[in-house]
Design a protein around this ligand. Structure first.
Ligand code: ATP
Ligand code: MG
Length: 450
């Protein structure tokens, strides 16, 4: 990037003129800031912490920027780890909280700066590593959006603004620092970050920052799948999953993350796939708003369900039995997905189980329903079935059956699934073998009224 014209004189908003109070800053972050200051370093809170506090919101985490080098930070804290190659920084670990401490970055065009290293770039302008250090005024310009480049200085509790972030915050604008196209090329994940902050904070994206969003999505192909997976979790677990999803689709970025799902969404006329997904996203937001935990595997199961369902149908039509069809479909969908975003096994295994559960839940006679109740993934599978039921009549009927079944006491449950002892041996007693376990098929046999 061409060195921007630096404004070494920031706008300074003195303590009485802003609303950031130390009472709202994590005590651990304050400890780190004070310790750095006592050791003679410059130390500021920066990024989302400052932005969210100025907006009157509770920050998700607290990031710190300092002129201490990573090794110097390391020596200062016992509970410290240095991480990252591309972007080296320090993690100071407290019980439940990690405080991220980054050394001020320079713009990297002048190898005299910092420790003589340069910003390493790919031919397409992507930054491969950024470990050139500089002063705070350089650091501000290396950040992504103006509202993310505000510093809360621990020496005098003032807010420092080198890039016009305060005005943008007041105007509710998300604006990339510098030339937007260049900054997206440097790091395409900024495309997703723009959407994430717009959705989560309810801010508008400035037109010059917004325009490239529609056409630069293909840059995301260069991003390692593992980094995109981390970003997906942030996108959908930030409390505004619905708005995020709508915006991602609007800018044609959703298909860069979940191509198979996007294909289903765009070719299907009926609202069904969208409804299941929307209900899952709404549920996720609601749970987070209530402070309840959410299961990323459930979210992923919903995001990839439609491709799995369609693929299962195709395989069944070509002669596979329903169980094999679902297994194979799950394999195919997962294999295709991990070329775009990784799916760590700790999420993909329970995700598969939720899908498999959709078949097992179709069996409503014999001992199996009783056994299924004790399955560790039963609840997730049943909740998933409930959501499917919103737009899928057979699934709704099946979900009703399970809802009644769960509410019964043990005796009634036995009666509901096992043949009544009075009935005579013979044809009528024979339990019907469940015919349709396909995820999209109707429950079978018809749910008993009890
Ligand atoms: P939140 O933590 O609420 O998701 P945040 O803005 O703090 O939002 P982080 O990912 O924690 O986001 O990053 C902290 C800060 O580091 C950002 O505010 C920004 O200044 C800078 N930053 C993070 N990622 C990038 C990036 N890809 N390019 C440039 N600067 C970045
Ligand atoms: Mg942060």
């Amino acid at each position: 990037m061409e060195a921007p014209i630096l404004n070494p004189q920031p706008i300074i908003i003195a303590r009485p003129d802003h609303n950031i109070s130390r009472a709202n800053i994590s005590p651990n972050a304050l400890k780190v800031l004070y310790r750095l200051r006592e050791a003679g370093y410059r130390a500021c809170l920066v990024g989302g912490g400052v932005r969210d506090l100025l907006l009157g919101r509770e920050p998700k985490d607290f990031d710190i920027a300092t002129d201490a080098r990573p090794e110097q930070i390391y020596r200062l804290f016992r509970n410290c780890r240095l991480i990252g190659r591309r972007f080296r920084l320090a993690h100071v670990q407290f019980d439940q909280e990690i405080i991220e401490v980054a050394t001020f970055r320079g713009h990297g065009d002048d190898s005299e700066e910092g420790d003589g290293s340069t910003v390493e770039r790919a031919a397409d302008g992507r930054i491969l590593s950024d470990n050139v250090y500089g002063g705070i005024e350089d650091d501000a310009w290396r950040r992504d959006f103006t509202i993310n480049a505000l510093y809360y200085d621990i020496t005098n509790f003032a807010v420092l603004d080198y890039v016009g972030g305060i005005d943008d915050l007041k105007a509710g604008l998300i604006r990339l620092i510098g030339d937007p196209v260049e900054r997206y090329h440097e790091d395409p994940v900024r495309l997703l970050r723009a959407v994430r902050f717009a959705a989560k904070l309810g801010l508008r994206i400035d037109p010059a920052t917004e325009a490239p969003l529609h056409r630069l999505g293909q840059l995301l192909e260069k991003i390692p799948p593992a980094r995109l997976f981390d970003e997906i979790l942030k996108l959908f677990l930030g409390g505004s999953a619905i708005q995020t999803f709508e915006l991602l689709r609007h800018y044609r970025l959703f298909g860069r993350l979940f191509p198979a799902t996007e294909r289903c969404l765009s070719h299907q006329q009926q609202h069904y796939p969208k409804t299941l997904l929307m209900r899952t996203l709404t549920g996720t937001d609601a749970r987070l708003a209530e402070g309840k935990p959410v299961n990323p595997a459930f979210l992923l199961a919903a995001l990839l369900w439609e491709p799995v369902r369609e693929q299962t149908e195709r395989l069944q039509a070509s002669g596979l039995d329903e169980v094999d069809a679902l297994q194979t479909a799950a394999d195919l969908v997962i294999q295709a997905q991990i070329r775009h975003t990784s799916l760590p096994r700790r999420y993909s295994l329970p995700m598969r189980e939720i899908w498999e559960m959709q078949q097992r839940l179709t069996i409503t006679t014999g001992k199996r329903p009783l056994r299924l109740l004790t399955h560790p993934r039963f609840r997730a599978g049943y909740d998933f079935l409930l959501l499917r039921g919103d737009a899928d009549q057979p699934a709704a009927k099946l979900a009703e059956w399970w809802t009644r079944f769960i509410a019964m006491d043990e005796k009634d449950r036995l009666q509901a699934v096992l043949p009544s002892p009075k009935s005579k041996k013979g044809k009528s007693r024979r339990r019907r073998k469940p015919r349709s376990a396909g995820p999209s098929d109707s429950p079978n046999p018809p749910p008993p009224e009890s």
